[in-house]
Design a protein around this ligand. Structure first.
Ligand code: ASP
Length: 595
């Protein structure tokens, strides 16, 4: 038995005590949230992960105990024993607000210096300071509850998948590169100087090889590492609910994942997600929402005006259409009153920032105003209004470009920006599948076709014939799960024919030799009987973030990194002694310390 705790053993968590415990003698342990000395009375709010309970000391308290209570300061760790009694002044704001513990024994288990910031949910301290003392930050109930909720989600996932016959397999962290389109984190080998391990961007090839090995259904709550420039919704390491199944086609994977989502939302939040989830092809998403991860909690769909404008004399529109591009609009229905000329100009600036040449607009009212009305005939305007169902009170935003994808993407971004600026009501959980993703995408920078997903994704059977002749036409057996405008996960049915896999490597610019060096083991494995298989990786961090309605990944990751990939609490990455580097057979040129 610990000498420190003596005979004390906790009987209850602080936040669990209720009126039903009145009269019971209990022992609680936790942190002092607040101690109030009111003369002959001392009240202490004691906090643990379950919540808060009030300890009371008064004129009936033994003198020695009362004096000890007077020593208590914020964040002291304390064990207290006493009898639960009804409070005289109740606090309806907390679940334990009707009771208190009349404490007759108290032990200080750990003292605390004054913390650098208030351990409260509404603490306004800057995030850097909080992350530097993350162990204190995590004491804040809001964060503590987020992390506990995350654990609940992970358990729920495990329960569901184990129930469905999935086997949890741990795949290695020190591996040969598995490409997912990002840069690898590399780990130098001391034993094999000059050689490097990569940290997995995902367990992709191991899960596929687990299928070749015959495990049939694999899952892992897997850590993935991608060395990318960080944005608000990225971390260099993140967690993925990684799955793979044998003898399946797209439909089987989607149905399984729908079941998983339904189960987890019900189990963890008591929310019913209606299934099957809607499925949209990639093309449809782009045409209607200008995005492959559309937020469907609001409308404002994109409308093609090419037919309405055929033969139009306005050069901006006419030249876009003639060049094979298009003129497209979104109708901000009923938002005319909310959009001043200045606001519309701001949207124009935003559109330019997205690469648009300029924003054409019309605001309909008693008299219509707009940026291009004088260039249009009455008939042309009438055709535009008809195509967009645009009436008094509406605002039309119009973009034109000789490249269809460009105009769609720009308008898709503008759609979301306009909704944000207008404060369009968005609530609930809107899931959808995006299927039939393109196999290749054209990289304007390099002028080359690159794989949209990883190179192990199978092309759709009917598209294989276009692999050489018309890459833009090749669709993949790939699918994304989108929630509220965020890509939650992606997956695919995989290639299992070694010849097709070799061909894809070749099309993606890998020579035979390179393919052999990088992925020879996979090509070889496929020669020994590979079952058809497919799977998915669901971003656990993003899922939890959406479930909790928080806007930063750092609110759902216990020990996150900053935007610059630094972990402030441990100050990592850190320099290492020169000998340690030399041992790895590495010498490096010291550059100015980057921040
Ligand atoms: N490996 C993929 C990813 O990490 C997911 C999958 O295809 O299963 O995005």
């Amino acid at each position: 038995m610990s000498e420190f705790l003596g005979k004390d053993r906790r009987t209850h968590y602080c936040g669990d005590l209720r009126e039903s415990n009145i009269g019971e003698r209990v022992c609680v342990m936790g942190w002092v949230k607040k101690a109030r000395d009111l003369g002959g009375l001392v009240f202490v709010d004691l906090r643990d992960r379950s919540g808060i309970v009030q300890l009371a000391f008064d004129e009936n308290t033994e003198k020695a105990v009362f004096e000890k209570a007077l020593l208590l300061k914020t964040e002291f760790v304390v064990s207290a024993k006493g009898v639960v009694r009804e409070r005289s002044s109740k606090n309806p704001d907390i679940p334990t607000g009707n009771i208190e513990i009349f404490a007759d024994e108290i032990k200080i288990l750990g003292e605390s210096e004054t913390p650098p910031f208030d351990i409260t949910d509404d603490c306004k301290t800057n995030e850097e300071l909080r992350l530097t003392h993350r162990y204190l930050d995590l004491r804040r109930p809001v964060l503590q509850n987020n992390i506990i909720f995350r654990a609940k989600v992970a358990k729920s996932v495990r329960d569901y998948l184990c129930d469905k016959g999935f086997i949890e397999i741990e795949t290695p962290i020190l591996i040969k590169s598995t490409p997912e389109g990002a840069r690898d984190y590399l780990v130098p080998s001391r034993v094999h100087k000059g050689s490097f391990y990569a940290l997995p961007q995902s367990p992709q090839l191991y899960k596929q090889l687990s299928m070749v090995a015959g495990f049939d259904k694999y899952f892992q709550i897997a850590r993935c590492f991608r060395d990318e420039d960080l944005r608000a919704d990225r971390q260099p390491e993140f967690t993925q609910i990684d799955m793979e199944m044998s003898f399946v086609d797209t439909d089987d994977v989607l149905v399984l994942v729908e079941g998983l989502i339904k189960h987890v939302f019900k189990d963890c939040m008591d929310v019913d997600i209606p299934t099957p989830l809607p499925r949209y092809t990639y093309r449809e998403c782009m045409e209607r929402f200008g995005s492959d991860k559309p937020d469907l909690r609001f409308g404002m769909e994109i409308i093609n005006l090419n037919d309405a404008l055929s033969g139009c004399g306005f050069p901006v529109f006419a030249s876009a259409i003639e060049a094979g591009g298009s003129v497209r609009a979104i109708n901000l229905k009923g938002y005319g009153d909310k959009l001043s000329r200045k606001e519309i100009d701001k949207l124009g600036e935003y559109a330019k920032g997205c690469g648009a040449k300029g924003l054409a607009w019309v605001k309909r009212g008693e008299t219509d105003s707009g940026s291009f009305l004088k260039h249009m005939t009455e008939d042309e305007l009438a055709a535009i209004y008809k195509a967009t169902d645009c009436v008094a009170g509406d605002v039309l935003l119009i973009l034109a470009d000789s490249d269809n994808n460009r105009v769609l993407t720009q308008l898709g971004q503008l759609r979301v920006e306009a909704a944000n600026r207008l404060g369009v009501e968005r609530s609930g959980f809107n899931f959808l599948w995006v299927v039939e993703m393109p196999f290749f995408e054209f990289d304007y920078e390099s002028g080359e076709w690159v794989a949209m997903h990883h190179p192990f994704t199978s092309p759709m059977d009917e598209c294989v014939e276009y692999l050489d002749s018309d890459k833009g036409k090749v669709r993949a057996k790939a699918y994304d799960l989108v929630l509220n405008g965020i890509e939650l996960s992606s997956g695919s049915i995989r290639i299992t024919d070694p010849k097709l896999q070799a061909k894809i490597f070749e099309l993606l610019g890998l020579s035979k030799e390179e393919a052999q060096v990088k992925f020879g083991y996979l090509l070889e494995a496929f020669r020994y009987g590979a079952p058809p298989h497919g799977g998915m990786g669901i971003g656990l961090d993003r899922l939890v973030m959406q479930m909790l309605g928080v806007t930063s990944l750092r609110d759902v990751v216990a020990f996150p990194k900053m935007q610059n990939a630094k972990e402030l609490m441990t100050d990592c990455p850190a320099e290492v002694p020169a000998e340690a580097v030399a041992e790895l057979g590495i010498s490096f040129v010291k550059s100015e310390k980057s921040e």
